[in-house]
Design a protein. Structure first.
Length: 159
């Protein structure tokens, strides 16, 4: 399930929907929820504006989820991502992975959040309390985490 929308999402409802979809196939369900936080060290964030490339964005998120399902034998995945103007502490992203075993669910969920931070076509503009605005640049550490999934020890795909 891939959702890109301006409206807030209900993580518990998304978990229930996936649980109903996967039924008894899943013994583990791992979720991650990301929130707007202060990015600048000097003053608080007022808003974070997320823009995206419609159509391309959803296709990239589906590709990320499909890769995770293939690598870790996941019974189900969810990626819900918000766009538009979000205030500090608002929910931005919800990622979930369901699997027969917890290890696959944890790895699948972590992979999806790492991959979407570097691969999905989202652009973030932060507005500080003073009104100052700037584009949030991709961090080197995010790129390194995504690249690490391509190393041999992280490429485990369940047969």
């Amino acid at each position: 399930m891939i959702i890109v929308q301006e409206a807030d999402f209900d993580g518990a409802a998304l978990m229930r929907a996936m649980r109903e979809q996967v039924g008894s196939q899943a013994g583990a369900l791992v979720t991650f929820t990301g929130y707007v936080r202060d990015y600048a060290p000097d003053e608080p964030t007022q808003t974070l504006t997320l823009e995206h490339y419609p159509g391309m964005c959803e296709r990239e998120l589906e590709d990320i989820a499909a890769t995770a399902r293939r690598r870790w034998n996941l019974a189900g995945t969810v990626i819900a991502h918000r766009v538009g103007v979000l205030h500090r502490e608002a929910q931005i992203v919800f990622v979930a992975a369901a699997s027969a075993h917890r290890g696959d669910a944890f790895r699948g969920c972590e992979y999806m959040i790492d991959a979407l931070k570097t691969r999905a076509p989202f652009w973030k503009r932060e507005t500080l309390a003073s009104g100052k605005q700037f584009w949030v640049e991709q961090r080197q550490t995010d790129e390194a985490r995504t690249d690490a999934w391509n190393h041999k020890e992280n490429l485990k795909e369940t047969p």
